[in-house]
Write a protein that binds this ligand. Sequence first.
Ligand code: 5RP
Length: 221
Amino acid sequence: MTQDELKQAVAAAAVERLPLDAIIGVGTGSTANCFIDALAERKRSVRATVASSQASAERLRKHGIMVLELNEVESLPVYVDGADEIDARMAMIKGGGGALTREKIVAAVARQFVCIADQSKLVDKLGRFPLPIEVIPMARAHVEREMRALGGEPRLRTGFTTDNGNQILDVHGLDIADAVALETRIDHIAGVVSNGLFARRGADVLILGTASGVRIIERSS
Ligand code: 5RP
């Protein structure tokens, strides 16, 4: 199977697992787009969605699927999204598409985080993928210095503005030995809006597309 076919397979498997007539949190990126397209086939069984980006909201609406603001919703049973990397502890790096802040917010509201990914995303150790950090523009140089002090090499994502009007630093070369500690450490740097480590609140379920089929991996408590 090609990588695109693996993405479609995990998206279809995620749609199969959705609760009926629920409000669903929807992520961002090419795998999440496959999920949106698969959801469109079953849209009558979904009450509404909450999107983690303007791009996903637009795609959902084009399919005729209702999109609500997160503030209109008290709880979400499930949030479905891709990842740039995920490890065996279900900690992830996200934000390759720059939507990390809204993804983290929607994920925080959801009772269950379902990560959909092809096998290339499963890693022994997080960090080969540069860590995205959303920064308030006036704090960019300060955050860059702080990230260098932590051993990383930050690079500004040029020509990109987040849905929140901020910038993204992609930080290369970090040694992510303790993802939970690093996520917290970076969040405390003044000017950081959020960072792409999803370790404190990782995935609860991983739907992984492999050459031998789709695997469902539940987080062990
Ligand atoms: C967007 C994300 C995506 O989930 C992540 O980048 C994976 O994207 P793709 O499914 O295109 O590989 O975090 O901000």
